[in-house]
Design a protein around this ligand. Structure first.
Ligand code: GLC
Ligand code: CA
Length: 546
């Protein structure tokens, strides 16, 4: 099977993506675990929603310490989600509908149950030892440096084989980091990428894309602030400047190599960079010869602090333009209405739509996270039902846990919301209300789903929204309550008023019509542009005549 043909090689620059958190999407065989057949069954729905690309979170065999991001075999399919035939069938059907398929590739680390790591531990003088990052202990027996892992605790664990060395892991001890200075590791991943491209995959979402190369000196990271015992793992991790463990310029070379590997297939490389500085971010994507694009993750991690959000959005747009993949929610983040609403999910939904409409109006891909089209806030997990290792291994009220974003998609009203027929799904969450379900929202033209779909369809049917050259991207900040951004193209003007008061709009000459208004949910369209935009609302205006 081939990737979907690309007449327009830069097609992804104005595409809409949809992230599928595989285990929580749809379970078709009653084992409580979402599967590939569940995705295949819902491709028509996704097409109807208006997406161009689906990204499927890891589908590989895994001992599941980090829910699939600890891969035990990159060339196989987790039997719980299906098999090679199932993924090929999914890709075939997606292509027939004109949908592209991205899979997840996890190159920073493997599972500790991967055959490479087992061999690395078993034989310290064998060829696999050097697949991982082994270092001697300090003279007092402590770890080689002060690096911490993302999920709490040191980034080093003593060799279970008893050599006295430590291995490095930026995540759990069950996720040992690969040694990307080793040519053999690079060759393995060339083959892995080809293997999936040969099966028709159209692109890769690259996990922890900034982590691969470490600074050769393995020096201590500078500490930015005191680490307190009661801090959650995210705060501890962010108490250090990650000068030596992340975002090394030498990692770009890995992607230059990958870029050549995937080029004959027209496949696309999408990084999960976790780099906040737009100039540094741009190094990874700027000339299209390394990563084709990368997620800007900060808007999905920031509460409703408009200044901060806009600094980030405009900085990324200015420095990386159409190589930015935008998102405001993913499987690692709180769902946007929960994060943005200051405790009020309706307000959160309104703000989420205002921000989404702005991002959909910018250059670059926009990614929807499953359930975002329904306006879902964080799901609630039953007591004792927590799954995320961040929560399970770090008790306390640090709010870093990711389970709220990972509860199943509510398809229909009723028990388990039609996600599974099992009594105990992999994550035990409370059912959603009827109005949150796909079935009820599909049937209601005034629902969040229909409104959201109208926005996605506008982007596709009105190329002027994200394909015409950007003429001006302007931020107007009059005072703390006035926060307006305008995005002007030849025939489109997006006005995002993220402030607390209504804002006046300076519409250029000619006749302009409202093509979309982010709030209220079924705001009318087609009328002439008004002179003001309500608070926390974004409008898309299109030029109808000169
Ligand atoms: C990425 C994934 C996240 C995972 C981590 C370690 O950030 O999105 O879910 O825990 O990498 O692989
Ligand atoms: Ca299943």
């Amino acid at each position: 099977m081939k990737a979907l043909s690309a007449e327009d090689r830069g097609w992804w620059r104005h595409a809409i993506g949809y992230e599928i958190y595989l285990r929580s999407f749809l379970d078709t065989n009653g084992d409580g675990f979402g599967d590939l057949a569940g995705i295949t069954a819902k491709l028509d729905y996704l097409k109807w929603v208006g997406v161009d690309v689906i990204w499927i979170t890891p589908h590989y065999p895994t001992p599941d310490h980090d829910h699939g991001y600890d891969v035990a075999d990159y060339l196989a399919v987790d039997p719980r989600v299906g098999d090679l035939d199932a993924i090929e069938h999914l890709i075939e059907k997606a292509h027939a509908l004109g949908l592209r398929v991205f899979t997840d590739v996890v190159p920073n680390h493997t599972s500790n149950e991967h055959a490479w790591f087992k061999a690395s531990v078993a034989n310290p003088t064998g060829p696999y030892r050097d697949y991982y990052l082994w270092k001697d202990a300090k003279p007092d027996g402590s770890p080689p440096n002060n690096w911490v892992q993302h999920f709490g605790g040191p980034a080093w664990t003593l060799d279970p084989g008893g050599s006295g060395q430590y291995y490095c892991h930026l995540f759990l001890p069950e996720q040992p980091d690969l040694n990307w200075t080793n040519e053999a590791v690079r060759a393995e991943f060339d083959a892995i990428l080809r293997f999936w491209c040969d099966r028709g995959v159209d692109g890769f979402r690259i996990d922890v894309a900034a982590g691969l190369m470490k600074h050769p000196g393995f020096a201590d990271n500078p500490r930015i602030r005191e680490v307190r015992l009661e801090d959650g793992p995210a705060r501890i991790f962010n108490s250090f400047e990650h000068r030596y463990d992340l975002a090394q310029v030498s990692t770009v070379d890995v992607y230059r190599r990958w870029n050549k590997v995937v080029e004959p297939y027209d496949a696309v490389l999408l990084g999960e960079l976790g780099v906040w500085d737009p100039v540094q971010f741009a190094h990874f994507v700027e000339d299209g010869t390394a990563l084709h694009m990368s997620f800007a993750l900060e808007p999905g991690l920031t509460p409703w602090k408009v200044d901060r959000l806009l600094d980030c959005v405009l900085g990324m747009a200015e420095h990386a333009g159409s190589a930015v993949a935008w998102e405001i929610t993913n499987h690692d983040q709180h769902r946007a209405p929960s994060r943005l609403g200051d405790g009020d999910p309706i307000r959160g939904r309104r703000r989420a739509l205002a921000l989404t409409t702005l991002l959909v109006g910018l250059d670059g891909m926009f990614f929807v996270y499953q359930g975002e089209e329904l306006g879902l806030d964080d799901g609630r997990v039953t007591q004792g039902g927590l799954q995320d290792p961040i929560s399970v291994r770090n008790p306390g009220d640090h709010n870093d846990g990711r389970d709220g974003a990972r509860t199943p998609i509510p398809w229909t009203p009723g028990a388990r919301n039609g996600f599974t027929s099992a009594t105990t799904p992999w994550i035990d969450a409370f059912d959603r209300t009827d109005v949150e379900t796909v079935a009820v929202q599909e049937a209601d033209p005034a629902s969040h789903l229909h409104h959201y779909r109208a926005l996605l369809r506008l982007r596709r049917s009105w190329p002027g929204l994200a394909q015409d050259p950007l003429l001006a991207l302007k931020r107007e900040r009059v005072d703390a309550t006035h926060q307006v951004v305008t995005v002007l193209r030849a025939n489109t003007l997006v006005v995002a008023n993220l402030g607390l008061d209504e804002a006046e709009v300076a519409v250029p000459g000619g006749a302009w019509t409202v093509a979309f208004q982010s709030w209220p949910l079924h705001a009318p369209t087609g009328q002439p542009a008004a002179e003001t935009v309500p608070a926390e609302t974004t409008v898309v205006l299109v030029r109808t005549a000169d």
